[in-house]
Design a protein around this ligand. Structure first.
Ligand code: GDP
Length: 180
């Protein structure tokens, strides 16, 4: 079975653990230790093909920032998460994306931009349009999700797998061209 290594990045409190746990076990966690960094595995069916998704839920706290290079190096796809009710977390995703680019030597990486907590519409401080614009600047898909209401959660995780497959296929095609 194919394995897909996905890394969930974003500032503390944006809902990385909640999204991961919702996807893996179908429950919403109100309280989760923010310093816990964990691996999750979930068997998936992606457009008719079986696979295993290995998800690294990063801690997102500064004391672990130096660890990021390491998991970025090992990751094949990245979910960059901010909270739609916290504008600073939207600002924070840019340097994370830059870090991925730097660690991966500037090559195009499978990536999804996620605005989480979209159930909290009344407290929204990041427009959908701004999220969409940033994603199109990055050339990646964009989802607004709610780990609480289980909105778009599986969609985002399955889309990153599709992105990984797509970019892998492109690289294969390229190397075939070079061989020819
Ligand atoms: P992390 O530090 O990024 O892993 O964030 P957590 O997953 O620990 O979530 C931080 C807090 O936000 C917790 O109290 C969660 O219950 C809450 N939370 C996470 N996702 C959502 C969501 O989609 N909607 C709402 N309303 N709360 C959320």
């Amino acid at each position: 079975m194919r394995e897909y290594k996905v890394v969930v990045l974003g500032s503390g409190g944006v809902g990385k653990s909640a999204l991961t746990v919702q996807f893996v076990s179908g429950t919403f966690v109100e309280k989760y230790d923010p310093t816990i960094e964990d691996f999750y595995r979930k068997e998936i069916d992606i457009d008719g093909s079986p696979g295993v998704l290995e998800i690294l839920d990063t801690a997102g706290t500064e004391q672990f920032a130096s660890m990021r290079d390491l998991y970025i190096k090992n990751g094949q796809g990245f979910l960059l998460v901010y909270s739609i009710v916290n504008a600073q977390t939207f600002i924070d995703v840019q340097p994370m994306r830059d870090q991925i680019s730097r660690v991966k030597g500037g090559t195009v990486q499978p990536m999804i931009l996620i605005g989480n907590k979209c159930d909290m519409e009344q407290e929204r401080s990041v427009n959908s349009r701004d999220g969409q614009m940033l994603a199109s600047e990055w050339g990646c898909p964009f989802f607004e999700t709610s780990a609480k209401s289980n909105l778009n959660v599986a969609e985002a995780f399955l889309e990153i797998v599709r992105q990984i497959n797509k970019i892998k296929q492109k690289q294969k095609d390229k190397s075939c061209c070079i061989l020819l």
